[in-house]
Design a binder for this molecule. Structure first.
Ligand code: GLU
Length: 305
């Protein structure tokens, strides 16, 4: 099968090292297999994701030597496509409006999972039509999809078999926010499938989204892609890097380093090379293998402290 990989950044800020590592590994995997590498800008929330940030991401990828194939997809332009799939779920009787506020969701007695996620307690699952009409007068609802009491398993390219029971692990989840913006879980499935993506590479922080996405793929009649979740970068204290660590965003890193230095340091941290010597991205293709990537957090290379 011809490999189609992708990188799907959310342009809510400049790329940080974790995003660069993800872009690099997805690119190496696709290129090693002689496949394509697509770029999708996940700018559904146009308030948080201005076009200027997306342009910086394109410029940063170019600077890093990571080229992509074909047209760039902007999720902000695809609302009518997502609406078709929303209708499909509605026709199956799987959708309902949810009027819960964020505060109410957190206060609900639903169990909190160890990673801080809240399982939806089902508060709005069985509202009567009259109750819905009454609540609509004061509040626009989010749209949730009813999940089955079903275990969904997949074999991750780095972490191995991963299973989750949808109703225990997340409960009914939001596919469209109350302001009309589609949720990541729906858009990512529709776009990966319609673009023909066969391999999804992304950070391990998203592994718990994958069972929901596989379930949606199947509901829509798509064949789910292969999934590879990559370990997260953390510092010497075991703290995972996040977008808040803006001292490690590419705007500043580009002033301190050449692209080959960043790529070389990340490749070594990820187990692809033995030393953090500078190397161009395409110099890593031949030696790339998922088997080299460890199943644990990766240590931020010393050069970046
Ligand atoms: N847009 C997400 C991010 O920037 C990645 C989503 C995905 O790869 O599925 O973290």
């Amino acid at each position: 099968m011809h490999t189609i990989g992708r990188f799907a950044p959310s342009p809510s800020g400049r790329m940080h090292l974790g995003n660069v590592l993800c872009a690099l590994l997805a690119w190496l995997s696709a290129r090693k297999q002689g496949g394509q590498y697509l770029l999708r800008i996940e700018d559904l929330d146009t308030m948080r994701c201005p076009r200027s940030y997306a342009e910086l991401i394109l410029d940063d990828l170019h600077w890093l030597g990571l080229d992509w194939d074909g047209e760039i997809l902007y999720q902000s332009e695809r609302t009518t496509v997502y609406e078709r799939y929303e209708s499909m779920l509605r026709d199956k009787g799987l959708l309902y409006p949810c009027f819960c506020s964020r505060a109410a969701l957190h206060a609900a007695s639903a169990p909190h999972l160890s990673d801080g996620r809240v399982v939806y307690a089902g508060t709005c699952r069985d509202l009567t039509p009259d109750e819905v009409a009454e609540r609509r007068k004061t509040r626009a609802p989010a749209i949730r999809v009813r999940v089955p009491d079903e275990e969904i398993c997949f074999t991750d390219g780095v972490f191995g078999v991963y299973c989750e029971n949808l109703s225990d692990a997340c409960g009914d989840f939001i596919i469209r926010r109350s302001d009309g913006v589609f949720a990541y879980q729906l858009s990512v499935v529709v776009d990966d499938a319609l673009s023909g993506v066969t391999e999804v590479v992304r950070g391990a922080d998203l592994i718990s989204s994958t069972p929901r996405q596989i379930w949606l793929h199947r509901l829509f009649g798509f064949m789910p892609p292969a999934f590879v979740h990559i370990p997260l970068l953390c510092d010497h204290d075991g703290r995972r890097l996040s977008k808040r660590d803006d001292d490690l965003d590419l705007g500043l890193l580009r002033q301190r380093f050449a692209p080959e230095q960043i790529i070389g340091a990340l490749a070594c941290a990820a187990g692809l090379t033995d030393s953090p010597e500078p190397v161009a991205a395409d110099g890593l293709i031949a030696g790339f293998s998922w088997e080299k990537i460890p199943r644990r957090d990766l240590l931020l290379p010393d050069a970046f402290y």
